[in-house]
Design a binder for this molecule. Structure first.
Ligand SMILES: [Zn+2]
Length: 481
């Protein structure tokens, strides 16, 4: 019998395995049924576990080095000191829908981060996180864009607020209201297209969980250092997971028996203790210098207003600087290598010892109470298949495995730690381990399996469709059928 296999992926951004598989599972009947009938696993995300990098790896089987995308921003052009918000045109490798399209399989991709601007695929696509609003190439084909436009408040399709960090500035009550409004619009579109379009592969990402978690964590996690007891928001996150489960159930009822269902996150989430002020640390240790009186002014501003001063790469005195840092959760350290351009001062011979020296200093940083941190240092040659281009950081650091973030507001202070109000609105950050569930047609009930890599997902999808897995893909297909 010739059955037409389908794969339906329901992405839930940033879902921690502990909450999904253990703490709340008895209140999530649809997800529980998928777990009982199929398999589930912890999912090791990309390094770093940034939403756009992780979903891109999920839907391509390629690491950030292969894709050539290392963060939310990228240089305007190679060698430039100007940076811009990155976008889908920077991707160097094909996505799973491109591969499926080559064999005539139709895909629908909705709200997958880093798909703006959308491109023509065999199927339809609406872009996700980092979409600037209902403008430009946010949906393909035009008929889908018209459909989105016809809804009230269509910008809300893509995120709870426009912009890289728009969700952080709208207050908790608006955040909750917008999250539900966005999710309802997204689910209605998913159901519409599931029912009315022809598709083999369908993927939709719900980003509402990530948006809530960053702001809500201290309201329910008793171990958070700023836990708010009996908060009016204590059940907000759990209630939203219950809501997602219910809406997922409505979609599952529409799928036929030949469909494989994947419910997965891109990373997990962890309570954030505070932030490490890495660039001022690099200044103090003599690795980072600024031109003219930039630093003096920044220090004065801190003294008078307790505010950091943002810097551009053009503010750095490259003739003395050996290293600088960018990041918000993880620290991405760039060494001012001679091989990067004419302003470089660290030779290839010195590079390893400079990098090692800085790594050891960062590894020695304790928390603000003097306790040792579980800090991890990653070198691109160990984690990326072919990283090490101009934009690739020379070192990525997870302070306390990301329970401590890094200050991204600039320089000027002699304070190493930022906690509470000083650390900003976030009270949770991304954790390297997320959640993965696969169930449905041909999936044996295997319960919890060993952790998988986020790069195993695309090979698994190709295998389900009996397609050849490109030999240079790092991931391994999960045992199927
Ligand atoms: Zn995410």
């Amino acid at each position: 019998m010739n059955v037409k296999k389908k794969v339906f992926v329901f992405g839930i951004d940033g879902t921690p395995p502990k909450l999904l598989f253990e703490r709340w599972i008895d209140e999530l009947p649809n997800i529980k049924r998928l777990m009982d009938k199929g398999l589930y696993a912890e999912l090791n995300s990309t390094v770093p576990p940034s939403t756009i990098l992780a979903w891109t790896a999920f839907a391509s089987g390629r690491d950030p080095g292969e894709m050539g995308i290392y963060s939310y921003t990228c240089k305007v052009c190679e060698g430039s000191d100007e940076v811009m918000l990155t976008n889908s045109t920077k991707k160097r490798k094909e996505m799973v829908w491109d591969l499926l399209g080559k064999t005539g399989k139709k895909s629908i991709s909705l709200f997958v981060p880093l798909t703006y601007p959308v491109k023509k695929i065999d199927g339809c696509m609406a872009s996700g996180f980092l979409t600037p609003g209902m403008i430009g190439k946010c949906a393909y084909p035009d008929s889908l864009k018209e459909k989105l436009k016809s809804m009230s408040n269509p910008d809300m399709f893509f995120d709870v607020a426009i912009g890289l960090a728009g969700h952080r500035g709208i207050g908790i009550d608006n955040l909750i209201k917008n999250t539900y409004e966005m999710t309802d619009m997204q689910i209605k579109l998913v159901k519409d297209l599931v029912a009315n379009e022809e598709w083999d592969f369908f993927m939709a990402v719900m980003i509402g969980t990530d948006r809530l978690q960053h702001s809500i964590w201290k309201h329910f996690d008793e171990e958070h250092r700023f836990f708010i007891k009996d908060s009016q928001y204590k059940d907000v996150l759990k209630d939203y997971y219950k809501y997602l489960d219910k809406r997922l159930g409505e979609i599952l009822d529409m799928l036929d028996d030949d469909t494989v269902v994947v419910v997965s996150s891109d990373h997990g989430m962890v309570r954030q203790e505070g932030k490490i002020n890495v660039n001022d640390f690099l200044v103090k240790e003599g690795y980072l210098f600024f031109k003219d009186d930039f630093l003096a002014k920044a220090k004065l501003r801190w003294k008078e207003e307790r505010k950091f001063t943002k810097f551009k790469l053009t503010d750095i005195d490259w003739s003395k600087t050996k290293a600088y840092e960018v990041g918000a959760y993880q620290a991405r350290i760039y060494i001012n290598r001679k091989s990067r351009g004419p302003d470089g001062i660290v030779s290839d011979e010195e590079f390893e010892s400079v990098r090692e020296e800085i790594a050891n200093k960062l590894l020695a940083i304790t928390d603000d109470k003097g306790r040792k941190l579980d800090t991890k240092v990653f070198r691109p040659e160990d984690i990326y298949k072919n990283g090490f281009d101009d934009e690739c950081p020379d070192m990525i650091v997870f302070f306390d495995n990301l329970a401590w973030g890094v200050n991204n507001d600039g320089v000027g202070s002699d304070q190493l730690y930022l906690v509470g109000e000083e650390a900003g609105n976030d009270n949770a950050g991304h954790h390297p381990v997320g959640s993965f569930i696969m169930s449905g047609s041909g999936v044996e009930p295997r319960g919890k399996i060993d952790p998988i890599s986020i790069m195993d997902v695309t090979p698994t999808i190709l295998k389900i469709f009996d397609m050849e897995i490109p030999s240079d893909m790092q991931g391994k297909a999960i045992k199927y059928d």
